[in-house]
Design a protein around this ligand. Sequence first.
Ligand code: AMP
Ligand code: ZN
Length: 468
Amino acid sequence: MPLRFYNTLTQQTAEFAPQRDNTVRMYTCGPTVYDYAHIGNFRTFTFVDILRRWLRASGFALDHVMNITDVDDKIIRNAVASNQSLDDYTAHYIQAFRDDCALLRLETPEHVTPATEHIHEMAEAIERLTAGGHTYSSDGSIYFRIATFPEYGKLSHNDFSGIRAGARVDVDEYEKADARDFALWKAPKEGEVFWDEKIGRGRPGWHIECSVMAIQYLGETLDIHAGGVDLIFPHHENEIAQSESLTGKPFARFWLHAEFLMVEGQKMSKSLGNYFTLRDILGRGYAPEAVRYLLASVPYRKTLNFTFDGLQSAKTAIERLRNFKLRLETGAFAEGLNPALADRTAAAQAQFAAAMDEDLNTAEALASMFEYVRDVNTAMDAGDLRTENRAPALEFLARFDSIFAVLQPAVESGQMSDAEVEAQVQARNDAKKARNFALSDGIRQELLERGIILEDTKSGTRWKRKSS
Ligand code: AMP
Ligand code: ZN
């Protein structure tokens, strides 16, 4: 079965394969680190993780960039209010985001790129857009002139032919679906942080950051660009306008967008106040695997209503799978092979793969697994499972878990002594000094899974045990 994705750009489901050397070049919009991410945000990030894992299971290599928006209006406002530098303010939330990702078993993309480390490249891109006639300046800020990009609207399928040239907004977010020129570079207001670039003093707008980092790391045409549906307009529309004006090439071949996590019919969001952070939920005694399972269980293009009942069902489903695995591993079975059961295992694997291939239909994939669990449990009850049926069944479970990643329980903290933790913290610091961030992140993640939380402070790394 070919792998197929629904593409927001074409409004059609089409077969997917990367353009070059079997490697998927993918860009996904990351968090804005002005506060803790909520589990609505993590629905989108969990979708991205499932996407990554299924692309790899499909035989592709990955080159994936996720940005961290560490400068924007809200961050500047909050940093000023708390009397901290931008970096000090965001460091805490970046670390919290990484910790939450590790708890949810979200793989770290090949490149995680903070906006503030790429300001110069953004300023250069704005200079090139200006040379191409796509911008105008006003009061020290530089705006993209949407009228210079006739295809504006092709992603959101909005007709902007009637827009007024030169009408503009300064904020990163739009109040309503109203296309106006957007800021590429913002002049600093009194007391605000700024960068001194050839184009003037200021800071980049949100949209240019994604265009520039995507092209810098992945080239002019991405295979996949993904994010939540709220980013289709204006953010991704603006990314297309900037990128394609810079390169003259299509910016991304496939655009994938995840629907919202809802609470009682409304989008979970900071502004509505109807949100839970991962910490809130773990504090109520739920395991992160249950949250991961719940977020992954509904296909990404359907809205998912968050309830604690749903979380409880996720917990039960995971227990059922773990019990099944244990029974397979430890049961005493008669010698030989039951061919009917071997066929059943192969059919279940094929159904699972077919569901995932069809635009990541996780609900159907899970259904095929649970029907299989029911059938094999029945077979075990009847003494019909033979020793040679065991390994293929466990292989299917392992393949399932390479995507869903819920079978392994998080290890409790009690098992590590203080000295062991100290040694790991030291090893992580050494890795960081050597700029081996893959290793240092790995150590942090492993510690976290064992219930040890690290906090990097100016006076060194502190650690504590997770209380719940
Ligand atoms: P932000 O940190 O606000 O830039 O958002 C990070 C990601 O979370 C974006 O891809 C958003 O589209 C996504 N997002 C925000 N709210 C929700 C929600 N309620 N459900 C699913 N995804 C969301
Ligand atoms: Zn973006």
